[in-house]
Design a binder for this molecule. Structure first.
Ligand code: NHW
Ligand code: EN5
Length: 388
């Protein structure tokens, strides 16, 4: 069934529900001297390239490859359109390796035709903090599909990760592969229902008119929680403490230090937004919420070309009830002109999804680990990790 994945150190279907298998690496690291020194072979017309995301020109090429060839929904109505600034943020992370930003070019035209990336991360699985690679942005040009190029890209990124003495990875996909550690559901909260319906992202409910629908999704003009404000650089120590403490309860979660928090959570225009609640009494930072900006191209609509979507990122509540905190996040997202607010059913998100009028989407997101086994039957609510 999976000619490539059957050969890889990932949980295999035959192992699902086998509780005798213990948690941890599937295979041990090999000595670095035994890691293949040369890149894997590509079909003769193609060559490897390392993509320097500091270069405006390379960043433009990557942006265009993804804009035209990256992930679509199951009916090919929308395609992710990660911005250049977003790609820079996602790829130039603390301790990143330029060699992990891998492209494939046509030798003749030098055109970029495929891409895959990894960035380093410390991920905790139960009691172990494991150095991993987070793999993302795997993309093969539409004209080169089904030629088994993806396994070559995956083997090459694996080789380059091994060269840095890292032996595990985390990744997500909308497709089922051997074998998910858990499967999450996408939920959507309409902010601009008229546009969502016009472009086919959502439908008018039964016995609903447009004006009743607009009224249903109306939000207050301003946030309601006293002390709710944008996160600033001076908040990094407090937010790190809040987040580390919160994430400690999940089975799989990132092990963020202050450098990570500064990179991943300091607000960046049109990339990531973070808000917190500072107690008006004692100035304690008690709650935190964040979302990232990921527009989608609307394929073949006359009136609209982009759908502006916010994706729930990391949220922590200790004083403000999570539904109230997230309602404030919806209010700022609406102020910033987002059309929809998306969230997965991970962490404690289920506690606000229904109350805040999110509805389940038609997409799922499967989470995977490479060369690491975890107890099977993990629930999405036990997951504390968001990948972009
Ligand atoms: S998921 C988004 C992936 N990208 C897209 O969906 C973009 C649009 N599609 C494409 O560009 C987020 C192509 O369809 C792709 C496949 C390139 C997806 N993950 O070349 P062939 C990520 O980026 C397997 C993993 O003929 P293609 C995460 C498939 O099962 N494997 O197909 C990426 C089959 O293998 P099998 C995937 O359609 C994580 C083989 O590829 C996959 O022309 C990567 C077919 O290859 C997917 N999303 O190209 C893994 N989609 O065994 C990282 C298909 O079933 C692992 N396949 O025969 C860790 C590495 C690091 C380890 C470090 C220790
Ligand atoms: C990982 N880094 O399918 C990325 N999105 O539900 C790779 N559906 O937007 C993995 N089909 O349900 C990506 N509207 C996997 C996801 C790929 C993209 C995808 C889904 C997630 C999505 C929308 C549009 C469907 C269009 C037709 C959807 C319904 C919204 C409705 C709003 C009102 C309340 C009920 C729900």
């Amino acid at each position: 069934r999976h000619k490539f994945w059957e050969t890889q150190p990932v949980g295999q279907y035959k192992d699902v529900g086998d509780f005798t298998l213990i948690e941890g690496p599937i295979e041990p690291p090999t000595p670095l001297s035994e890691v293949k020194q040369e890149p894997y072979n590509l079909p003769a017309a193609y060559e490897w390239t390392t993509c320097d995301m500091d270069s405006q020109e390379t960043c433009d090429e990557v942006y265009l490859l993804l804009m035209n060839n990256y992930v679509e929904d199951d009916e090919n109505m929308f395609r992710f359109n990660y911005s250049k600034e977003f790609l820079r943020w996602a790829l130039r992370v603390p301790g990143y390796y330029r060699s992990w930003h891998i492209g494939v070019r046509a030798k003749a035209s030098k055109k970029l035709v495929a891409f895959i990336t990894a960035v380093p991360a410390r991920i905790r699985v139960n009691d172990e903090v494991v150095k991993m690679a987070e793999v993302n942005f795997l993309c093969v040009h539409k004209k080169l599909r089904s030629k088994r190029l993806a396994p070559v890209l995956i083997k090459e990124v694996t080789r380059r990760v091994h060269m840095e003495n890292i032996w595990q990875a985390a990744y997500t996909a909308g497709v089922v592969l051997p074998t998910p550690i858990t499967t999450c559901q996408y939920w959507h909260r309409s902010l601009n229902p008229k546009k969502l319906i016009d472009v086919g992202f959502s439908r008018l409910g039964a016995r609903m008119t447009m004006s009743r629908t607009i009224k249903l999704y109306k939000l207050p003009d301003s946030t309601v929680t006293p002390g709710f404000r944008k996160m600033e650089l001076r908040d990094v120590p407090a937010v790190t403490r809040l987040l580390r403490n919160y994430l400690s309860q999940f089975v799989v979660a990132p092990d963020f230090d202050e450098h990570d928090v500064e990179h991943w959570l300091i607000p960046r225009d049109n990339v990531v937004d973070s808000y917190l609640v500072e107690s008006p009494e004692n100035h304690d930072i008690t709650d935190f919420c964040s979302f990232y900006t990921l527009p989608s191209s609307i394929l073949g609509n006359q009136a609209h070309s982009t759908l502006k979507a916010a994706y729930s990122y990391y949220n922590v509540s200790t004083k403000t009830p999570l539904p109230q905190l997230m309602n404030d996040a919806l209010i700022v997202a609406k102020q910033k002109d987002f059309d929809v607010f998306n969230a997965l059913d991970i962490m404690h998100n289920e506690s606000f999804l229904k109350d805040l009028k999110f509805g389940p989407g038609d997409g799922q997101l499967h989470y995977y680990l490479y060369n690491y086994r975890v107890r099977s039957g993990m629930k999405p609510s036990e997951l504390g990790l968001v990948l972009l």
